[in-house]
Design a protein around this ligand. Structure first.
Ligand SMILES: Nc1ncnc2c1ncn2[C@@H]1O[C@H](COP(=O)(O)OP(=O)(O)OP(=O)(O)O)[C@@H](O)[C@H]1O
Ligand SMILES: [Mg+2]
Length: 371
């Protein structure tokens, strides 16, 4: 354990810097990425990790999560997660399969009880006051929860009634949501005849029937076509503009990039990075040089030819004959790379220098590509 690094992180946290800002600063002054990541994982003194949630934070943050842990047998599905979501903002929880996203959402939605830690939703504790939490949240689970035998309209009216709306209110709200979610034409058909995308839209509609203050969406756009995804993004943004606070999980980096005010990246139950999209991209430390070769058997020779220009080793995707490498130095690096590849007689289909994407961040943090 590197005590200088840990001391620096503790002081920076006390001074109010976000994890993303601290990580970006440490990397920019030359700390090795692996050490920084380990220092965050080993983390730090227990008092700093799980300080009691202050009254002032309850007002500021609509969702406050501290040191949340959930085991399934020997699996630590969620292993000490902390974050806060200010009112009327979106936090995207990003992580690969099995990272712990659904387990976390189910704890915040009071469907399962945490083993330890604390989570406050609108000031209500999920363990001590689950009924108060349920009154102010909506939840769309990862898998459809609507009744296949009922029609779309009947599902929404039934859920409205369960949320204590009068019959008339439930019918009006169902009509309004069916229009907003583009389901009017299918409203009186049994849900088992719906496409996957229609069912997903009905699920989300059901979760906002009672005008929740806080909305949890577990992979809301998985299975939607590009048009359906963009339409749902609009709906989520409209809700946030009306001060709804949203936590969504996703495996799509572009979704997090497009929607989220804050992104929390988790892997194996732990947070491995936190920050805005810009802060996370700054961790890649420069631009990305991307090559496409016409002949994939040349990939290793091409990587060797450009390796000296990178701030990290090139990554080869052999089957597609793609090479990616983080670089610093702008357009001069591009000219240099082309010269070296030409000297090594590599046949290039394409070469670009681009800003890092969240895919690059994810790969750097986890060692594997997202999704
Ligand atoms: N009911 C359960 N019983 C036992 N293990 C479970 C249970 N639910 C989840 N797990 C385990 O906990 C870990 C986290 O699972 P979780 O479903 O929260 O991940 P996820 O990030 O939502 O993954 P995905 O992207 O595939 O939905 C996994 O190792 C999973 O196998
Ligand atoms: Mg899941």
């Amino acid at each position: 354990m590197n005590s200088d690094l840990i001391q620096y992180i503790q002081e920076a946290k006390v001074s109010g810097m976000s994890d993303g800002e601290i990580q970006a600063e440490l990397l920019s002054v030359g700390w090795n990425h692996g050490d920084v990541r380990q220092a965050f994982l080993d983390n730090i003194s227990p008092e700093l990790e799980n300080p009691p949630i202050e009254q002032s934070e309850k007002i500021e943050a609509v969702v406050s999560v501290r040191g949340l842990i959930k085991h399934y047998g020997s699996v630590r599905a969620v292993d000490g997660i902390d974050f806060e979501i200010p009112k009327g903002s979106i936090l995207a929880l990003l992580g690969p399969n099995g990272a712990g996203k659904t387990t976390l959402v189910r704890m915040l939605g009071t469907l399962i009880t945490p083993d330890s830690g604390q989570a406050l939703i609108g000031g209500h504790d999920v363990i001590k006051s689950p009924d108060d939490v349920r009154k102010i949240i909506g939840l769309t689970g990862q898998f459809s929860a609507v009744d296949m035998v009922l029609t779309g309209r009947e599902n929404l009216v039934m859920i409205g009634r369960l949320c204590h709306l009068s019959k008339l209110e439930a019918e009006n709200r169902a009509r309004e949501l069916l229009i907003r979610f583009g389901l009017s034409d299918a409203a009186d058909r049994q849900v088992k005849t719906y496409s996957g995308g229609m069912m997903r839209r009905l699920d989300v509609a059901a979760s906002i029937i009672a005008h929740p203050e806080v909305l949890f969406l577990d992979e809301p756009t998985t299975g939607l076509d590009p048009h359906g995804r963009i339409e749902l993004w609009h709906i989520i943004k409209e809700l946030v503009a009306k001060d709804v606070t949203v936590l969504l999980t996703t495996q799509y980096l572009d979704e997090a990039d497009h929607l989220a005010d804050q992104i929390v990246v988790i892997d194996k139950g732990k947070i491995i990075a936190k920050g805005t999209s810009q802060e996370l991209k700054a961790q890649v430390g420069g631009d990305v040089l991307e090559l496409h070769l016409t002949d994939h058997s040349q990939a290793h020779r091409a990587a060797a030819a450009i390796e000296a220009l990178g701030i990290e080793k090139p990554r080869i995707e052999e089957l597609e004959a793609h090479i990616f490498m983080p670089v610093r130095g702008g357009a001069s690096v591009l000219a240099d790379a082309i010269r070296r590849l030409d000297q090594a007689r590599i046949d290039l289909a394409d070469i670009v220098l681009r800003r890092p994407t969240l895919d690059d961040v994810f790969l750097k943090l986890t060692g594997h590509v997202a999704g």
